[in-house]
Write a protein that binds this ligand. Structure first.
Ligand SMILES: Cc1cc2nc3c(=O)[nH]c(=O)nc-3n(C[C@H](O)[C@H](O)[C@H](O)COP(=O)(O)OP(=O)(O)OC[C@H]3O[C@@H](n4cnc5c(N)ncnc54)[C@H](O)[C@@H]3O)c2cc1C
Length: 288
Protein backbone atom coordinates (compact mmCIF):
# COMPACT_ATOMS: atom_id res chain seq x y z
CA UNK A 1 0.00 0.00 0.00
CA UNK A 2 1.19 3.51 -0.74
CA UNK A 3 0.74 5.49 2.45
CA UNK A 4 1.15 9.04 1.15
CA UNK A 5 -0.66 11.07 -1.48
CA UNK A 6 0.89 12.26 -4.73
CA UNK A 7 -0.19 13.76 -8.03
CA UNK A 8 -0.30 11.59 -11.15
CA UNK A 9 0.04 13.23 -14.56
CA UNK A 10 0.22 11.70 -18.03
CA UNK A 11 1.37 14.26 -20.61
CA UNK A 12 0.96 13.61 -24.33
CA UNK A 13 4.03 15.50 -25.50
CA UNK A 14 7.69 15.59 -24.56
CA UNK A 15 7.62 19.40 -24.18
CA UNK A 16 4.78 19.18 -21.67
CA UNK A 17 6.63 16.42 -19.77
CA UNK A 18 9.88 18.40 -19.62
CA UNK A 19 8.06 21.41 -18.12
CA UNK A 20 6.65 19.23 -15.33
CA UNK A 21 9.96 17.41 -14.79
CA UNK A 22 11.60 20.76 -14.09
CA UNK A 23 9.60 21.05 -10.86
CA UNK A 24 10.69 19.67 -7.45
CA UNK A 25 10.31 16.00 -6.47
CA UNK A 26 8.87 14.72 -9.75
CA UNK A 27 9.54 11.07 -10.68
CA UNK A 28 9.02 9.64 -14.15
CA UNK A 29 7.31 6.29 -14.40
CA UNK A 30 7.34 3.74 -17.24
CA UNK A 31 6.37 0.21 -16.17
CA UNK A 32 6.49 1.15 -12.49
CA UNK A 33 7.94 -2.27 -11.55
CA UNK A 34 10.72 -0.56 -9.61
CA UNK A 35 9.16 2.80 -8.77
CA UNK A 36 5.90 1.49 -7.29
CA UNK A 37 7.80 -1.05 -5.17
CA UNK A 38 9.90 1.80 -3.73
CA UNK A 39 6.82 3.99 -3.20
CA UNK A 40 5.07 1.16 -1.35
CA UNK A 41 8.11 0.86 0.92
CA UNK A 42 8.18 4.69 1.26
CA UNK A 43 11.78 4.67 0.04
CA UNK A 44 10.72 7.22 -2.57
CA UNK A 45 7.95 9.72 -1.84
CA UNK A 46 7.30 11.74 -4.99
CA UNK A 47 5.13 14.84 -4.97
CA UNK A 48 4.29 14.09 -8.59
CA UNK A 49 4.56 10.93 -10.65
CA UNK A 50 4.77 11.65 -14.35
CA UNK A 51 3.71 8.80 -16.60
CA UNK A 52 5.77 8.89 -19.80
CA UNK A 53 3.69 6.25 -21.58
CA UNK A 54 1.42 8.83 -23.25
CA UNK A 55 4.30 10.25 -25.31
CA UNK A 56 4.38 8.68 -28.77
CA UNK A 57 7.95 9.76 -29.41
CA UNK A 58 9.20 7.40 -26.71
CA UNK A 59 7.94 4.34 -28.59
CA UNK A 60 10.10 4.57 -31.73
CA UNK A 61 12.31 1.64 -32.69
CA UNK A 62 14.76 1.81 -35.56
CA UNK A 63 17.48 -0.54 -36.80
CA UNK A 64 19.87 -0.65 -39.72
CA UNK A 65 23.41 -2.00 -39.96
CA UNK A 66 24.59 1.51 -40.82
CA UNK A 67 22.89 3.28 -37.93
CA UNK A 68 22.57 0.52 -35.33
CA UNK A 69 19.59 0.04 -33.03
CA UNK A 70 17.71 2.86 -31.32
CA UNK A 71 14.69 2.22 -29.14
CA UNK A 72 12.57 4.65 -27.15
CA UNK A 73 12.28 4.65 -23.37
CA UNK A 74 8.68 3.40 -23.50
CA UNK A 75 9.46 0.10 -25.22
CA UNK A 76 8.66 -2.79 -22.91
CA UNK A 77 11.18 -5.57 -22.31
CA UNK A 78 8.99 -8.23 -23.92
CA UNK A 79 8.13 -6.04 -26.89
CA UNK A 80 11.81 -5.54 -27.67
CA UNK A 81 12.63 -9.25 -27.72
CA UNK A 82 9.37 -10.54 -29.18
CA UNK A 83 8.53 -8.03 -31.90
CA UNK A 84 11.93 -7.07 -33.28
CA UNK A 85 13.80 -10.13 -34.58
CA UNK A 86 16.98 -8.16 -35.17
CA UNK A 87 17.52 -7.84 -31.41
CA UNK A 88 18.00 -11.61 -31.15
CA UNK A 89 19.93 -11.81 -34.41
CA UNK A 90 22.35 -8.90 -33.99
CA UNK A 91 22.46 -8.36 -30.21
CA UNK A 92 22.12 -11.92 -28.84
CA UNK A 93 23.64 -11.13 -25.45
CA UNK A 94 21.09 -8.35 -24.90
CA UNK A 95 18.28 -10.67 -25.97
CA UNK A 96 19.37 -13.16 -23.30
CA UNK A 97 19.77 -10.45 -20.64
CA UNK A 98 16.25 -9.15 -21.22
CA UNK A 99 14.75 -12.64 -21.23
CA UNK A 100 15.83 -13.27 -17.62
CA UNK A 101 14.47 -10.04 -16.10
CA UNK A 102 11.80 -11.16 -13.62
CA UNK A 103 8.87 -13.21 -14.87
CA UNK A 104 6.76 -12.78 -18.00
CA UNK A 105 4.37 -10.30 -16.35
CA UNK A 106 7.24 -8.12 -15.13
CA UNK A 107 8.71 -8.04 -18.64
CA UNK A 108 5.29 -7.13 -20.01
CA UNK A 109 5.37 -3.94 -17.95
CA UNK A 110 9.04 -3.18 -17.35
CA UNK A 111 11.36 -1.40 -19.75
CA UNK A 112 15.09 -1.44 -20.46
CA UNK A 113 15.26 2.27 -19.69
CA UNK A 114 13.53 1.79 -16.33
CA UNK A 115 15.96 -1.02 -15.58
CA UNK A 116 18.92 1.27 -16.32
CA UNK A 117 17.56 4.34 -14.53
CA UNK A 118 16.85 2.25 -11.43
CA UNK A 119 20.64 1.72 -11.39
CA UNK A 120 20.64 -1.54 -9.50
CA UNK A 121 24.05 -3.26 -9.41
CA UNK A 122 22.02 -6.40 -10.25
CA UNK A 123 20.51 -5.03 -13.46
CA UNK A 124 20.17 -7.83 -15.99
CA UNK A 125 20.11 -5.60 -19.06
CA UNK A 126 23.11 -3.40 -18.24
CA UNK A 127 25.91 -5.99 -18.67
CA UNK A 128 24.93 -6.83 -22.24
CA UNK A 129 24.45 -3.16 -23.10
CA UNK A 130 27.91 -2.46 -21.68
CA UNK A 131 29.41 -5.06 -24.03
CA UNK A 132 27.62 -3.51 -27.00
CA UNK A 133 28.84 0.05 -26.26
CA UNK A 134 25.30 1.39 -25.80
CA UNK A 135 24.63 5.10 -25.32
CA UNK A 136 21.75 6.84 -23.60
CA UNK A 137 20.05 9.82 -25.19
CA UNK A 138 19.09 12.20 -22.40
CA UNK A 139 16.74 15.14 -22.69
CA UNK A 140 15.67 18.04 -20.46
CA UNK A 141 14.31 21.55 -20.94
CA UNK A 142 17.92 22.66 -21.42
CA UNK A 143 18.52 20.37 -24.41
CA UNK A 144 19.83 16.93 -25.27
CA UNK A 145 23.03 15.05 -24.47
CA UNK A 146 24.37 11.57 -25.08
CA UNK A 147 26.07 9.55 -22.35
CA UNK A 148 27.96 6.31 -22.87
CA UNK A 149 26.58 3.53 -20.70
CA UNK A 150 30.06 3.07 -19.19
CA UNK A 151 29.63 6.56 -17.70
CA UNK A 152 25.93 6.41 -16.79
CA UNK A 153 26.01 4.59 -13.43
CA UNK A 154 27.40 6.37 -10.36
CA UNK A 155 26.53 3.92 -7.57
CA UNK A 156 23.62 1.83 -6.30
CA UNK A 157 20.48 3.76 -7.33
CA UNK A 158 22.59 6.64 -8.67
CA UNK A 159 23.12 7.79 -12.25
CA UNK A 160 24.46 10.90 -13.97
CA UNK A 161 20.88 12.10 -14.56
CA UNK A 162 20.28 15.60 -13.21
CA UNK A 163 17.05 17.20 -12.08
CA UNK A 164 14.68 17.64 -15.00
CA UNK A 165 16.45 15.07 -17.19
CA UNK A 166 15.02 11.84 -18.55
CA UNK A 167 16.38 9.14 -20.80
CA UNK A 168 14.61 9.47 -24.13
CA UNK A 169 16.11 6.47 -25.92
CA UNK A 170 18.93 3.96 -26.02
CA UNK A 171 21.27 3.68 -28.99
CA UNK A 172 23.42 0.62 -29.69
CA UNK A 173 25.87 0.78 -32.58
CA UNK A 174 26.09 -2.21 -34.92
CA UNK A 175 29.75 -3.21 -34.85
CA UNK A 176 29.39 -6.45 -36.79
CA UNK A 177 27.92 -9.88 -36.26
CA UNK A 178 28.26 -11.09 -32.70
CA UNK A 179 27.76 -14.16 -30.59
CA UNK A 180 27.28 -13.99 -26.86
CA UNK A 181 25.89 -15.25 -23.62
CA UNK A 182 24.27 -13.63 -20.61
CA UNK A 183 24.45 -16.00 -17.69
CA UNK A 184 22.66 -15.26 -14.44
CA UNK A 185 23.10 -17.14 -11.20
CA UNK A 186 20.33 -16.59 -8.69
CA UNK A 187 19.13 -18.34 -5.54
CA UNK A 188 16.10 -19.84 -7.25
CA UNK A 189 15.32 -20.64 -10.87
CA UNK A 190 12.14 -18.57 -10.76
CA UNK A 191 11.97 -14.78 -10.33
CA UNK A 192 15.01 -13.49 -8.45
CA UNK A 193 17.68 -10.85 -8.87
CA UNK A 194 21.17 -11.92 -9.93
CA UNK A 195 23.60 -13.20 -7.32
CA UNK A 196 26.00 -12.64 -10.19
CA UNK A 197 25.36 -12.00 -13.88
CA UNK A 198 27.89 -12.10 -16.69
CA UNK A 199 27.58 -10.88 -20.27
CA UNK A 200 30.19 -12.16 -22.67
CA UNK A 201 29.96 -10.88 -26.22
CA UNK A 202 32.26 -11.74 -29.10
CA UNK A 203 32.08 -9.17 -31.88
CA UNK A 204 32.98 -10.52 -35.33
CA UNK A 205 33.90 -14.01 -34.04
CA UNK A 206 35.32 -15.17 -37.39
CA UNK A 207 37.19 -11.94 -38.13
CA UNK A 208 38.74 -9.48 -35.71
CA UNK A 209 37.25 -11.47 -32.75
CA UNK A 210 36.79 -8.87 -30.05
CA UNK A 211 35.79 -10.38 -26.69
CA UNK A 212 33.91 -8.12 -24.30
CA UNK A 213 32.83 -8.90 -20.78
CA UNK A 214 30.63 -7.13 -18.23
CA UNK A 215 29.09 -8.19 -14.93
CA UNK A 216 26.19 -7.50 -12.60
CA UNK A 217 26.14 -7.85 -8.81
CA UNK A 218 29.89 -7.78 -8.22
CA UNK A 219 30.43 -4.04 -7.63
CA UNK A 220 28.38 -0.93 -6.74
CA UNK A 221 27.40 -0.66 -10.43
CA UNK A 222 27.32 -3.05 -13.38
CA UNK A 223 30.88 -3.06 -14.75
CA UNK A 224 32.78 -3.86 -17.90
CA UNK A 225 36.24 -5.38 -17.50
CA UNK A 226 38.35 -3.59 -20.11
CA UNK A 227 41.64 -4.91 -18.71
CA UNK A 228 40.67 -8.52 -19.36
CA UNK A 229 39.45 -7.63 -22.87
CA UNK A 230 42.77 -5.93 -23.61
CA UNK A 231 44.70 -8.96 -22.33
CA UNK A 232 42.89 -11.46 -24.56
CA UNK A 233 42.91 -9.27 -27.69
CA UNK A 234 44.72 -11.06 -30.54
CA UNK A 235 45.73 -14.01 -28.33
CA UNK A 236 44.90 -17.61 -29.08
CA UNK A 237 42.15 -18.91 -26.84
CA UNK A 238 44.26 -21.64 -25.28
CA UNK A 239 43.24 -22.84 -21.84
CA UNK A 240 46.22 -21.02 -20.35
CA UNK A 241 45.27 -17.66 -21.90
CA UNK A 242 41.59 -18.09 -21.06
CA UNK A 243 42.48 -18.84 -17.45
CA UNK A 244 44.54 -15.67 -17.25
CA UNK A 245 41.66 -13.74 -18.83
CA UNK A 246 39.33 -15.19 -16.19
CA UNK A 247 41.84 -14.38 -13.44
CA UNK A 248 41.89 -10.70 -14.48
CA UNK A 249 38.09 -10.65 -14.34
CA UNK A 250 38.14 -12.17 -10.86
CA UNK A 251 40.77 -9.69 -9.68
CA UNK A 252 38.74 -6.77 -11.05
CA UNK A 253 35.52 -7.41 -9.15
CA UNK A 254 34.77 -6.25 -5.64
CA UNK A 255 31.56 -7.95 -4.52
CA UNK A 256 29.83 -7.74 -1.17
CA UNK A 257 28.11 -10.40 0.93
CA UNK A 258 24.34 -9.98 1.05
CA UNK A 259 21.16 -12.04 1.20
CA UNK A 260 21.82 -13.41 -2.30
CA UNK A 261 25.33 -14.74 -1.76
CA UNK A 262 28.71 -14.23 -0.19
CA UNK A 263 31.49 -12.10 -1.57
CA UNK A 264 33.67 -15.25 -1.77
CA UNK A 265 31.09 -17.13 -3.85
CA UNK A 266 30.68 -14.21 -6.25
CA UNK A 267 34.46 -13.88 -6.64
CA UNK A 268 34.76 -17.59 -7.37
CA UNK A 269 32.00 -17.46 -9.98
CA UNK A 270 33.58 -14.39 -11.62
CA UNK A 271 36.46 -16.68 -12.63
CA UNK A 272 34.45 -19.79 -13.47
CA UNK A 273 31.80 -18.11 -15.64
CA UNK A 274 33.98 -16.69 -18.43
CA UNK A 275 35.56 -20.12 -18.95
CA UNK A 276 32.14 -21.77 -18.97
CA UNK A 277 30.69 -19.26 -21.44
CA UNK A 278 33.65 -19.38 -23.84
CA UNK A 279 33.54 -23.15 -23.71
CA UNK A 280 29.79 -23.16 -24.44
CA UNK A 281 30.49 -21.04 -27.50
CA UNK A 282 33.22 -23.47 -28.64
CA UNK A 283 35.78 -20.72 -28.48
CA UNK A 284 38.43 -22.45 -26.37
CA UNK A 285 41.26 -24.40 -28.02
CA UNK A 286 41.25 -27.35 -25.67
CA UNK A 287 44.28 -29.72 -25.57
CA UNK A 288 44.15 -32.66 -27.97
C1 LIG B 1 8.70 -9.15 -9.35
C2 LIG B 1 9.85 -8.38 -9.90
C3 LIG B 1 10.95 -9.07 -10.40
C4 LIG B 1 12.04 -8.37 -10.92
N1 LIG B 1 13.09 -9.09 -11.43
C5 LIG B 1 14.15 -8.44 -11.96
C6 LIG B 1 15.25 -9.17 -12.50
O1 LIG B 1 15.28 -10.39 -12.50
N2 LIG B 1 16.28 -8.45 -13.04
C7 LIG B 1 16.30 -7.09 -13.07
O2 LIG B 1 17.26 -6.51 -13.58
N3 LIG B 1 15.26 -6.38 -12.57
C8 LIG B 1 14.20 -7.01 -12.01
N4 LIG B 1 13.14 -6.30 -11.49
C9 LIG B 1 13.20 -4.84 -11.49
C10 LIG B 1 12.38 -4.17 -12.64
O3 LIG B 1 11.35 -4.96 -13.09
C11 LIG B 1 13.26 -3.76 -13.81
O4 LIG B 1 14.31 -2.94 -13.35
C12 LIG B 1 12.43 -3.03 -14.89
O5 LIG B 1 13.12 -3.14 -16.10
C13 LIG B 1 12.17 -1.57 -14.56
O6 LIG B 1 11.47 -0.97 -15.64
P1 LIG B 1 10.17 -0.09 -15.40
O7 LIG B 1 9.79 0.43 -16.73
O8 LIG B 1 9.14 -0.83 -14.65
O9 LIG B 1 10.77 1.08 -14.48
P2 LIG B 1 10.02 2.10 -13.52
O10 LIG B 1 9.69 1.43 -12.24
O11 LIG B 1 8.91 2.79 -14.24
O12 LIG B 1 11.19 3.15 -13.29
C14 LIG B 1 12.41 2.75 -12.65
C15 LIG B 1 13.17 4.00 -12.19
O13 LIG B 1 13.60 4.75 -13.32
C16 LIG B 1 13.04 6.06 -13.30
N5 LIG B 1 12.67 6.35 -14.68
C17 LIG B 1 11.68 5.75 -15.41
N6 LIG B 1 11.71 6.19 -16.66
C18 LIG B 1 12.72 7.08 -16.75
C19 LIG B 1 13.26 7.85 -17.82
N7 LIG B 1 12.77 7.79 -19.06
N8 LIG B 1 14.31 8.65 -17.56
C20 LIG B 1 14.83 8.71 -16.31
N9 LIG B 1 14.37 8.00 -15.26
C21 LIG B 1 13.34 7.17 -15.49
C22 LIG B 1 11.85 6.00 -12.34
O14 LIG B 1 11.56 7.25 -11.75
C23 LIG B 1 12.35 4.97 -11.35
O15 LIG B 1 13.20 5.57 -10.41
C24 LIG B 1 12.04 -6.96 -10.93
C25 LIG B 1 10.94 -6.27 -10.42
C26 LIG B 1 9.86 -6.97 -9.89
C27 LIG B 1 8.70 -6.20 -9.35
Amino acid sequence: MITFSYDYVKPKSLDEALEILDQENVYPILGGTDLIVKMRASVIKPRTVIDLKGIDELFNVDFSKEKGLTFGAGIKLNVLIEEFDYVKEYYPTLFQGIRVVGGYQTRNRGTVVGNLCNASPASDTAPALLTYNAELNIISKKGERTVKITEFFKGPGKTVLEKGEIVKSVHIPFEGESIGRYYKISRIKAVDLATIGMALTVIDPNGKREIRVALASVAPTPIRIFEAEEFIKGKELTMENVEQFAQIIQDSVNPITDARGTAEYRKRMAKILPIKLLREMNMIKEGL
